[in-house]
Design a protein around this ligand. Structure first.
Ligand SMILES: C[S@@+](CC[C@H](N)C(=O)[O-])C[C@H]1O[C@@H](n2cnc3c(N)ncnc32)[C@H](O)[C@@H]1O
Length: 296
């Protein structure tokens, strides 16, 4: 059974096998046919009434977390996906069947909450409280469960959520956001949007849209082959004086991406400058980069 979770204090044998790679900073990746990966097209995903009808189910499996002066509600560990047929969660199901966190071009890990999201939430709650985010235009890039975007939304920001997988957005991100709305409120499609698909396809699809004041992105640099694409997407979506907060592990064993490499790319690319604004003092080495445009 596939599970998604923030933390497993005392994992069972089954849970241990699912989470052990996260703990060892190793990402399980399906490598077959990696060289001829075809990326998914991008499209806007609209919340379906079916998901909203199931909100009680999500509520029963949710938890509340206080981050500074903001409360977040999101689905906790569990087996929510069993309530959906495999056809509607096809990419997540495929990853589950392969016991893999990543299947390049098919599933990019969005169904579980990765630990750098926790780091960035803690950082935001200290450095970007409600008044700094109120009415800002925020993008949660590679959002997965959408916890970062939901934090910004709960602070009064206008938020767009982007994830590679449509089924992650429909079955996890959108319900998570709905759990944070007042009972009588639905998602305001003028202020909140969801986009699936590859970063570059998403950039093409939304090229005429207004740029973002703040881009939040967590655990998105693990694949060195995609780092240039990520940087181009950040360039296409950030406003002139915007700010990017990128949370990541220092190095991703098993897939080869890492922060030093990404910093090097930023330097040689010259469009941005970055500085480390937070480093972990426990467990695996993790950092947060603040990235801004280079002033000409
Ligand atoms: C490891 S998950 C991290 C999810 C979430 N940010 C977190 O910290 O819990 C990586 C995320 O990056 C996104 N991603 C990776 N490669 C992508 C690509 N080529 N195009 C679009 N999104 C991509 C996926 O949507 C996926 O949710």
């Amino acid at each position: 059974m596939f599970k998604f979770d923030f933390k497993v204090d005392n994992p069972s044998e089954e849970e241990e096998s699912i989470f052990k790679d996260d703990k060892q900073d190793v990402v399980k990746k399906q490598t077959d046919k990696e060289s001829d990966v075809e990326c998914y097209e991008s499209k806007e995903i609209k919340p379906s009434s079916n998901i909203l009808e199931n909100l009680d189910l999500y509520k029963a499996n949710s938890m509340e977390v206080v981050a500074g002066d903001v409360t977040l509600t999101y689905i906790k560990s569990g087996d929510i996906l069993q309530f959906f047929d495999n056809q509607t969660t096809k990419d997540i199901t495929k990853a589950e069947e392969c016991h893999s966190d990543l299947i390049p071009g098919v599933y990019e890990g969005g169904a579980k909450i990765w630990e750098c999201t926790e780091d960035l939430i803690a950082y935001l709650s200290e450095n970007f409280p409600q008044d700094k985010l109120q009415s800002k235009k925020v993008l949660d890039l590679g959002c997965g469960s959408g916890v970062l975007g939901i934090y910004a939304h709960n602070c009064g920001a206008l938020v767009h959520f982007q994830d590679y997988n449509e089924d992650v957005l429909e079955k996890i991100t959108i319900p998570n956001l709905c759990l944070n709305l007042p009972d009588d409120e639905t998602i305001d499609s003028e202020k909140i949007k969801f986009y699936s698909g590859d970063w570059l396809k998403y950039t093409e699809l939304t090229k005429d849209d207004e740029k973002f004041d703040i881009i939040l992105t967590s655990e998105t640099i693990y694949n060195p082959d995609n780092q240039q694409k990520l940087l181009d997407t950040l360039d296409a979506k950030l406003s002139e004086d915007g700010i990017i907060l990128l949370a990541a592990k220092t190095y991703y064993f098993g897939v080869g991406g890492g922060l030093r490499q990404f910093e090097e790319l930023i330097k040689t690319d010259k469009r941005f400058q970055s500085k480390i604004v937070w480093t972990s003092t426990d467990g695996l080495s993790r950092e947060i980069l603040e990235i801004k445009r280079n002033v000409q």
